[in-house]
Design a protein around this ligand. Structure first.
Ligand code: CP
Ligand code: NVA
Length: 312
């Protein structure tokens, strides 16, 4: 059966140690002896939304694994003129060996997966961003100098996600909490509490329970190992920019808030960042920030994800 990566929970807890070990190996041996796990394969990359990191890391990653990335601009395919996802997914499946998609509604990527006979990888939807949180978790294992089973080093660690607690990254952390056995606290305005539909998806996946919502940011970050934030204005939400800036300021990750977490706490941000809004420049560029390895690790982790999907 064709295997897709649409939700964080599409890999089982048992598979994670091998996946993370593969990512570490890809990083350590980059440029030397990368196994050509996509040799002779062509992978489509279909983007309905802007991207810097995701687009480049997938394109480079597919190339480094011996495959050929086919970059598809929606507006220049017949999708842009109304051809159906069902027909497009079948056509793509006849030409290519896998498909990476960034789109708006999560239902659209589910439709691609339903009609495609090749693996479909979620490169961000309005609902979630699983490749990002896998790379984030990998970055944390490095920061904590984990050896052996890297994934076990995440167990019991407290991650606090601040700001827009109803965005794709927040949903991803809800799903990741149970999978990685982390304590995840979402802290944002009450009106941005995670919507029941998103929570239901985590419940269905059988991994809910280890996350909570705390509107008091100072209280939320007590004892935290990781502070995480994302833009307050996700792609497609531009109309709400000014209103969000007013209501989310108490959730800015700045030195005062950072000081309330553990002294050794680290800071993560998926990027792009808007310094002075969701995070202060001091924290973003400061010694606790892991944003540069975090961004680079997208490449290594995605190479592991693609290799795992191609092998099944
Ligand atoms: N973090 C992330 O997905 O960045 P891009 O939007 O640049 O791909
Ligand atoms: N929540 C952000 C993530 C960008 C990587 C967005 O969807 O725009």
């Amino acid at each position: 059966m064709t295997r897709h990566f649409l939700l964080e929970t599409d890999f089982t807890p048992n598979e994670l140690p091998e996946l993370f070990a593969m990512a570490r190996s890809f990083k350590t041996h980059r440029g030397n002896s990368t196994p050509p796990t996509l040799q002779g394969q062509s992978w489509g990359m279909l983007f309905y939304k802007s991207s810097t990191r995701t687009r480049i890391s997938f394109e480079v990653g597919i190339h480094e694994l011996g495959g050929y990335p086919v970059i598809l601009d929606v507006q220049h395919t017949q999708l842009g003129r109304g051809e159906s996802i069902a027909d497009t997914a079948k056509i793509f499946s006849g030409y290519m060996h896998g498909l990476v998609i960034r789109c708006y509604e999560h239902a659209a990527i589910e439709d691609f997966a339903r009609f495609a006979t090749i693996p479909v990888v979620n490169a961000l939807t309005d609902f979630n961003h699983p490749c990002q949180v896998y790379a984030d978790c990998f970055t944390l294992t490095e920061a904590w100098k984990a050896e052996g089973d890297l994934v076990s080093s995440l167990k019991g660690k407290k991650l606090v996600f601040l700001g827009d607690t109803n965005c794709n990254l927040a949903h991803s952390w809800i799903l990741a909490a149970g999978l990685f056995e982390m304590e995840v606290v979402l802290s944002g305005p009450e009106s941005f509490a995670p919507d029941p539909h998103s929570v239901a998806i985590a419940d269905q996946a059988g991994f809910s329970g280890s996350w909570s919502f705390e509107p008091d940011a100072a209280k939320a970050v007590e004892g935290a190992d990781v502070l995480y934030t994302d833009t307050w204005v996700s792609m497609g939400m531009e109309d709400e920019k000014e209103a969000r800036k007013q209501i989310m300021m108490p959730y800015q990750v700045n030195t005062q808030l950072m000081a309330k977490a553990k002294p050794e706490a680290v800071f993560l941000h998926c990027l792009p960042a808007y310094a002075g809004l969701e995070v202060s420049q001091e924290v973003l560029q400061g010694p606790q920030s892991l944003i540069w390895p975090e961004a680079e690790n997208r490449l290594h982790m995605q190479k592991a994800i693609l290799s795992a999907l191609a092998a099944t």
